[in-house]
Design a protein around this ligand. Structure first.
Ligand code: IMO
Ligand code: MG
Length: 428
């Protein structure tokens, strides 16, 4: 068995929840290692349909220990709601652990996220308004409050007092917003702390010990490579790294501890929020993809921007993640398309670019150069064997493998857990 990092290859929403839910059948541990409740991982299985924001997507299996790692920012209100919802559907949360090092999202984080988006006005980033940016800012600024702090009310009060003092100055003096009450917040978070206490512990040692025993560990990413603060379309990015490299730090493993890196890509591209997206289709083809695939945000309900597969961005994502395998999802959305396009290079001021530029303003000017392939008429949702796919679909897969220089090991052809084509064994 092995440690497998499972990461988003595009701008998020690639189908990480479905893939983790599938692979977790054989796993011992599933760890969320980054992001927060800006993530929305959709899982459809015999328990029902779920949109998980914080709880790892392996929670549906009794043998799986699920860990919210130190790299995640946790809004306790959202987490408790999610735990209650799972329990009400008959899903046990007795094997869920929360890292005592994970930072908390506080009410001033969500408030400041909104106030800052309003201040940016036309230049808004289109964040999920979940307080992610402000919470990770405080982590790095050494102003953060961690889940472990909730275990000692004296420690918690002192940290909250010090943080809120500054936040209230910012709220009142910079944003002309009323101050927040220390007493209310303290009481509310003490209540969360009491409920979360059984879940909070040191978790990195659990992960390392299981790895040493050769257990199967899945490191569940959030967001996608193109939203990475370093390598994504800065400043139109999120505030924690969604890359495979971050899975070590966000879980507590060394870089040699990862055996395989599985990147999840959709058969096309989507993006929600602002920022450049060269292959975006603002026409009926884009609308068709959005309606067929129900491309509306799992966290915010916003319509997602849809477009053809961008293999320039895809290749970059393979490289910066060190992918060993790809899972391609939503291939069935192309059923009935006469032809499908892949962006193989960009045109920038009359020149062809074959790499993903570091400057978002350059990317904004890039025009996609497309290659057009024949589509396929039939529905592929019932196919379980690669060889039974129509010629058009097989050619599409093999062209993507060539362009990305990475094998496609899983192909998802529907929303259900069983609608999957396994091309290569990921556990061997
Ligand atoms: P999953 O895990 C898609 C996007 C937001 C916005 C930018 C910054 O479901 O793939 P933030 O709230 O993080 O400060 O917003 O990042 N974003 C996502 N887009 N899927 C996600 O997560 C996302 N998490 C954040 O839309 O453009
Ligand atoms: Mg999502």
């Amino acid at each position: 068995m092995a440690v497998i990092a499972v990461v988003g290859g595009q701008w998020g929403d690639e189908g990480k929840g479905k893939v983790i839910d599938l692979l977790a059948e054989k796993a011992n541990i599933v760890v969320r290692f980054s992001g927060g409740d800006n993530a929305g991982h959709t899982v459809i299985n015999p328990y029902g349909e779920f949109r998980l924001h914080l709880v790892p997507s392996g929670i549906f299996y009794a043998q799986v220990t699920c860990i919210i790692g130190n790299g995640v920012a946790i809004n306790p209100a959202v987490l408790l709601e999610e735990i209650d919802d799972l329990q009400s559907h008959g899903v046990s949360t007795s094997r869920l652990f929360i890292s005592d090092r994970a930072h908390l999202i506080m009410p001033y984080h969500t408030l400041l996220d909104r106030l800052e988006e309003e201040r940016r006005s036309e230049g808004a980033l289109g964040t999920t308004l979940r307080g992610i940016g402000p919470a990770f800012t405080d982590k790095v600024a050494r102003l953060g409050i961690r889940t472990g702090d909730l275990l000692d009310k004296g420690v918690f009060l002192a940290r909250l007092k010090s943080a809120l003092e500054l936040k209230n100055i910012i709220l009142t003096k910079v944003y002309q917003s009323p101050p927040l009450s220390l007493e209310d917040m303290y009481q509310q978070y003490c209540h969360y702390g009491e409920r979360l206490m059984p879940f909070i512990r040191e978790t990195s040692s659990v992960i390392r010990e299981a790895a040493a025993e050769g257990e199967l560990i899945l490191l569940e990413g959030a967001q996608g490579a193109l939203l990475d603060p370093d390598f994504g379309t800065y400043p139109y990015v999120t505030s924690s790294s969604p890359l495979a490299g971050a899975s070590c730090i966000g879980a507590g493993l060394g870089p040699r501890g990862i055996d395989r890196v599985l990147g999840i890509f959709k058969a096309y591209d989507t993006r929600v929020g602002a920022g450049p997206m060269p292959t975006e289709l603002k026409d009926e083809t884009g609308d068709l993809i959005r309606e067929k695939a129900r491309e509306y945000g799992a966290t915010t309900g916003r319509p997602r921007r849809c477009g053809w597969f961008d293999a320039v961005a895809g290749r970059f994502s393979v490289q910066i993640n060190g992918l060993t395998d790809i899972a391609l999802t939503h291939l069935d959305i192309y059923d009935g398309f006469e032809s499908v396009k892949i962006c193989t290079a960009y045109k920038f001021r009359g020149q062809a670019l074959s790499f993903f530029p570091s400057d978002a303003a350059v990317l904004e000017e890039c025009q996609p150069i497309y290659e057009e392939l024949d589509g396929w008429r039939e529905s592929i949702s019932g196919v379980r064997d690669l060889k039974k796919l129509p010629v058009g679909a097989r050619k599409y897969l093999s062209r993507l493998e060539d362009l990305l220089s990475c094998p496609i090991s899983l192909v998802s052809i529907g929303r259900d857990r069983r609608q999957i084509i396994s091309v290569r064994d990921l556990f061997s």
